[in-house]
Design a protein around this ligand. Sequence first.
Ligand SMILES: NC(=O)c1ccc[n+]([C@@H]2O[C@H](COP(=O)([O-])OP(=O)(O)OC[C@H]3O[C@@H](n4cnc5c(N)ncnc54)[C@H](OP(=O)(O)O)[C@@H]3O)[C@@H](O)[C@H]2O)c1
Length: 309
Amino acid sequence: MARAFVTGVTGYIGGSVARRLRQGGYGVKGLVRTPADGERIAALGIEPVVGRLEDAPLLSRLAREADVVVNAASAGHRGAVEALVEGLRGTNKTLVHTSGSAIVADVGEGEPSEHIFEDDTPFTPVPAKAARVALDRFVRDSAREGIRSMVICPSMIYGRGLGVKRDSAQVPRLLQESSRRQAGVHLGRGLNVWSNVHIEDLVELYSLAIAQAKPGDFFFAESGEARFVDIAVSLSRILGFGGRTFAWALPEASAALGEDWARYILASNSRVRATHARRLGWKPKHTSVLREIEEGSYREDFASHALAK
Ligand SMILES: NC(=O)c1ccc[n+]([C@@H]2O[C@H](COP(=O)([O-])OP(=O)(O)OC[C@H]3O[C@@H](n4cnc5c(N)ncnc54)[C@H](OP(=O)(O)O)[C@@H]3O)[C@@H](O)[C@H]2O)c1
């Protein structure tokens, strides 16, 4: 049986990818921070190893023992990536690093942008994202050192996670904030746009890339895009606020959520096109975050929550 090692296995992406690998016949080991988390993931058929990203010798050993390594704990943890590369150097085994399309985010402040990035479009990141871009480069360059390395760079992920963690980042956070304010929340005018991808389609891309990608490949993952004001209207509708929206001022949102989140995750533009993934044969099934909110898992979750109250 082929062996996979996954970091971030208690998280949204890592847990989903680990389950997909398990279903695909891999024996999967997953890094967890506590024995209690180990029990939760063992129930999904994943073998837990207690440790942290900061434990370089452990990560190198686990990487060396696996056939496929998926780093889904942190897009920006340089030490962990260096340890995985150290373990895999010269083995020609597979390393998939998870980045995020915030690498191309602008300082949009809720305004639109015409800039669209394909996988190979050159760009200069905002200073806050420069280290992540350098880390992606480091992973891809490790292909020259006998590692079948690749980077998957998801845009805004939505839908119900397949592992122990069900919720992603942006939509649940906006849902929470909208519920609190009794109106669908966006930042500034909310005319900024992010590409997005459903978690079920994303895990299929991991699976396909592990099977077919070339060393050094890079894949944006996206199957549509949406303005934040439209997300706010959809959230408002399922929350029963009739489409009413609230324009959250950036300084206030930064104080509440942190500068990085407010500026580069919620008020920015990040418009990407998954040309490499589609060329590889990836065929995403979900194409609308608005439909997922209004008719899919978010509406279901909200309905069951409302019924339980
Ligand atoms: N969700 C999205 O829409 C999205 C899109 C693009 C890129 N990304 C990026 O992809 C990465 C994973 O995202 P996610 O949404 O899956 O995050 P998440 O749900 O918060 O999961 C993070 C995972 O990493 C683990 N982890 C974090 N620091 C660790 C450490 N020092 N040692 C060991 N484990 C550690 C967490 O363990 P614990 O359970 O112990 O905390 C958890 O399993 C992030 O860097 C994120 O920025 C996310």
